[in-house]
Design a protein around this ligand. Structure first.
Ligand code: AMP
Ligand code: ZN
Length: 468
């Protein structure tokens, strides 16, 4: 398998630490609001990565955090706590907000066929682990205490910026606008490990610690949660591109100082989904959620299909026109598959006929997750006259183990409001004819319904119908 590694800025052969096994960490959601479909693009990418690794024969152990404390408005530790802001907005407690949006996040994942990672931890459940980790960093001399807060001193590191591939001074200039001046930091790029003072006044959740009652920084949570589930060495760590700095840069600083060696071998980042005005936002413009697109008549898998048709590292601009095309293409694809399904049951699959396609499929996913090529391959399979229907269905089913588009699940036939009124009118006329013992008329109405592909069943609760 070849994967693009942000750390080396190259596509590299993937070599796991332990043969056949992959330890994978993915940064989870900050549960102060619904996820937007941009966030969910990143989780689709990670889902495809996990399923591709498994398809290629690896055993994957994956962990993810749920951020319910410590993530500030700005990723660089400044501004208001996102959770607190969400709680104020909805006049609820931080824990109520966290509970509600965690559940909403997993419901969205279900609708997009994103598998839940094996190991998930809430940030607020791991405070003892952060304290232990910070104590070690302190003992090793990489922290300082200033105005009630513990900061990580990045000047102690030789290669703080290895993930961003910039010089420290250039990075400082590049992120100047994002970093609010904190006069208690020695260097504006230093970051908080434990806060007791600044921005803290009305923090709802606080814990005792050797540095005073307070709360952890955002970055320490992923380092500690990864340690708990995956141990000392990790194969792959992922997130969206915005996580490269400061979040993943700071995770590396903490974890490599803590362990005293290189921590993660492959860093993978998905490109952003933007809206037409630029950056996707939860507060400005249309807040694009799964619920919103569903209310407009799309379903989650239309969006998943849209995402899979472009490469995960490319930026993607969302528009309803592209979502319309994705929906139309997916319906067309599923309709073709349904036609094939009908005669696939009686035929046999010959291994020599499908081998070439399976190899191609494996090569595409092993080529830094080229899902767009897999989609094209499925259309080729459908057209291939040398394959019988059973072979086509077998192949599509294999590919859907990674794409997860429910390609073999039959579509419910849609009935328009107008058609529904006609059907119900005919059914009530038929019932009336039966009541009048006019069986000729009743049968002729049934015949009409059959022609419309409507199957009816008389039950104690009345006449039921369905489109077949
Ligand atoms: P958050 O809930 O803000 O911590 O973000 C959750 C995940 O979504 C992280 O991996 C981010 O890198 C990612 N993300 C944030 N915005 C976008 C976007 N517009 N497109 C794709 N991924 C994003
Ligand atoms: Zn993280």
């Amino acid at each position: 398998m070849r994967l693009y590694n942000t750390l080396t800025r190259n596509i590299e052969e993937f070599i796991p630490i332990e043969e056949g096994k992959v330890k994978m960490y993915t940064c989870g959601p900050t549960v102060y609001h619904y996820a937007h479909i941009g966030n969910l693009r990143t989780y689709i990418f990670e889902d495809v990565l996990e399923k591709s690794l498994k398809y290629l024969g690896y055993v994957v152990n994956r962990a993810m955090n749920i951020t319910d404390v410590g993530h500030m408005d700005s990723d660089a530790d400044t501004g208001e706590d996102k959770m607190l802001k969400g709680a104020k907005r909805e006049k609820k407690t931080v824990l109520e907000i966290a509970e509600m949006y965690t559940q909403a996040f997993f419901e969205d994942c279900d609708k997009l066929n994103i598998r839940k990672p094996d190991n998930i931890a809430k940030a607020t459940d791991m405070v003892d682990e952060y304290i232990e980790m910070i104590k070690v960093l302190e003992k090793k001399g990489y922290t300082y205490f200033s105005n009630g807060n513990v900061y990580f001193d990045i000047s102690k590191l030789e290669n703080y910026t290895k993930l961003t591939n910039q010089k420290v001074d250039d990075l400082k200039v590049a992120v100047r606008d994002d970093i609010e001046e904190d006069k208690f930091k020695k260097n504006p790029l230093d970051f908080g490990l434990w806060f007791t003072k600044s921005k803290f006044d009305n923090q709802e959740l606080k814990w005792d610690s050797p540095w005073g009652v307070g709360y952890p920084g955002w970055h320490i949570e992923c380092s500690a949660i990864a340690n708990k589930f995956l141990g000392e060495y990790i194969d792959i760590h992922c997130g969206g591109v915005d996580n490269i700095f400061p979040h993943h840069t700071n995770e590396i600083a903490q974890s490599e100082t803590y362990w005293g060696h290189k921590w993660v071998n492959y860093w993978m980042h998905s490109g952003h989904l933007n809206d037409q005005t630029g950056k996707m936002s939860k507060s400005k413009g249309e807040f694009l959620t799964v619920e919103l697109i569903e209310s407009k008549g799309y379903n989650g898998l239309d969006y998943r299909f849209l995402v899979l048709q472009s490469h995960y590292r490319k930026q993607l601009v969302f528009s309803y026109e592209t979502l319309d095309s994705a929906r139309a293409a997916l319906i067309k694809l599923k309709t073709k598959i349904q036609e094939i399904l009908e005669d696939a049951l009686t035929l046999n699959v010959k291994h020599e006929n499908i081998k070439e396609y399976i190899d191609k499929f494996k090569n595409y996913i092993a080529d830094d997750l080229n899902t767009a090529n897999v989609v094209t391959l499925i259309f080729d399979i459908i057209k291939d006259e040398n394959l019988n229907s059973a072979e086509k269905i077998y192949l599509i089913n294999e590919m859907d183990k990674v794409l997860s588009l429910d390609l073999l699940i039959l579509e419910e036939k849609e009935v328009s409001e107008e058609e529904k009124n006609i059907i119900e009118d005919l059914i009530s006329k038929r019932n009336q004819a039966k009541a009048n013992k006019d069986y000729v008329l009743a049968d002729s109405i049934r015949g009409k319904l059959v022609d419309m592909k409507i199957e009816i069943k008389d039950t104690r609760e009345g006449t039921m119908w369905e489109k077949v």
